[in-house]
Design a protein around this ligand. Sequence first.
Ligand SMILES: [Zn+2]
Length: 85
Amino acid sequence: MAMPDATECEIRIDGAWRSVSLGEAHARHSSAIKRCPTCHGRVSINVNGTAQGGLFLQHRRGHDGCPLMPARFTGEVSLHPQAVE
Ligand SMILES: [Zn+2]
């Protein structure tokens, strides 16, 4: 099964969640609250230390129901226990 690509996150603007690319969130909304588009857990955007300089989503708290955390994912999608709504 192909894992979803974590290239977007959701940020809250004026009380509404909007999907934006990681690049845009990082460059223009660095202080906004961000959440994972899949499990709605709080995330931060980290800069990958490689030469490509890629950005990646990091969950503030891990859980095992999010396919964007393949290392922990159990195969069943569930909302984050501390999901932000
Ligand atoms: Zn997630």
